[in-house]
Design a protein around this ligand. Sequence first.
Ligand SMILES: CC(C)(COP(=O)(O)OP(=O)(O)OC[C@H]1O[C@@H](n2cnc3c(N)ncnc32)[C@H](O)[C@@H]1OP(=O)(O)O)[C@@H](O)C(=O)NCCC(=O)NCCS
Length: 327
Amino acid sequence: MRTASGHRPGREDRRHYRGAVDHRDLHAAQAARWRAVDPLLPPPPAPRPDPMGVPGGHGWLRRTDPDPRSVAATWSAARVHRLDAHVAGDDPAGALGALLDRCEPLLGPAGDQDSTVEVLWPSRDTAPVLALNRRGFGAATVIAVRRTGGVDAPTPAGVRIRPLAPSDVDTATELHLGIVRFDAQFGAVGERPSTASLMREELAGRADGADVTAWVAEAADRMVGLCEVDPPDRAGWIAPLCADGPVGYLSSLYVDPAVRGGGLGAALHAHADAALLAAGATRTLLHHSPPNPLSTPFWYGQGYRPLWTSWRRRPAVLVSGSPPSGC
Ligand SMILES: CC(C)(COP(=O)(O)OP(=O)(O)OC[C@H]1O[C@@H](n2cnc3c(N)ncnc32)[C@H](O)[C@@H]1OP(=O)(O)O)[C@@H](O)C(=O)NCCC(=O)NCCS
């Protein structure tokens, strides 16, 4: 028999897993649970060697620090501990909790405000998540999904939506920073010294690109909205998280506070959706922050639903008695 990674377990592997539930059974049980709750979930990642083993669970803790010179560093802590887990049996929450407890001594140094511990878990596989809640994790971001196409929303009177041009890049960067600053209130993201210049670079690339992947909205002579997408040929980094596809990604949407609630967000989304459909996408993914009181109802009103939830605790190790810095 071969595992999901195509690797035939030998004597060496069996020694690793002696005394614990067989890793193939765990993987198969979790895969069956995921299939039952959500047809858009891919199978869990294949078991890797040397898991932490607990009754009903195997886990792998790794560092996934973002490159500090990349925009990704804006959307995350600087030091990221990530737990991947397979949990099954009568008490998946107990198994995940035991794995999290095994990780605790490995998450230091205590009080590092720019560190996080993260578990990315299918939103609909709710069985184990109480273990995260009880250890101080919160739902920091959600990857939501919608079938691409069929978004129909008129552009509000007095507004023009058009492709991003090179001369728009400075203003568009300010709008994009507006998303970061708004979402930063909820803790998952934060502006860094490099954020503005990296965003400007990214937008300049889009404005110069052969394909239209960004739009701005103009009212009178003022820019009041921005939307960006990654068509399937640029969305390969997130496509493996969805079992259906081709996948397109909606990377930003921002509307000036003065004109919110008048249908511009929906109109920009309609442009993005039509472009992704034309580029061959059948599923659109996006990230949002669940406590964001504007984006969360907006996206669910637009037909998205949660696919993955990123549960995070930041800092990774809380120090009791010392308040977090910066608030
Ligand atoms: C999320 C965001 C882009 C929505 O933009 P918006 O222009 O306010 O969106 P819309 O006007 O199309 O829809 C917002 C609400 O107004 C309502 N609305 C739409 N057209 C309307 C109209 N003509 N008259 C009155 N209300 C209207 C919608 O029903 C919607 O209500 P709901 O949220 O209860 O469903 C905007 O709030 C924003 O920029 N937020 C800050 C940044 C952010 O969170 N970005 C998303 C990152 S994931």
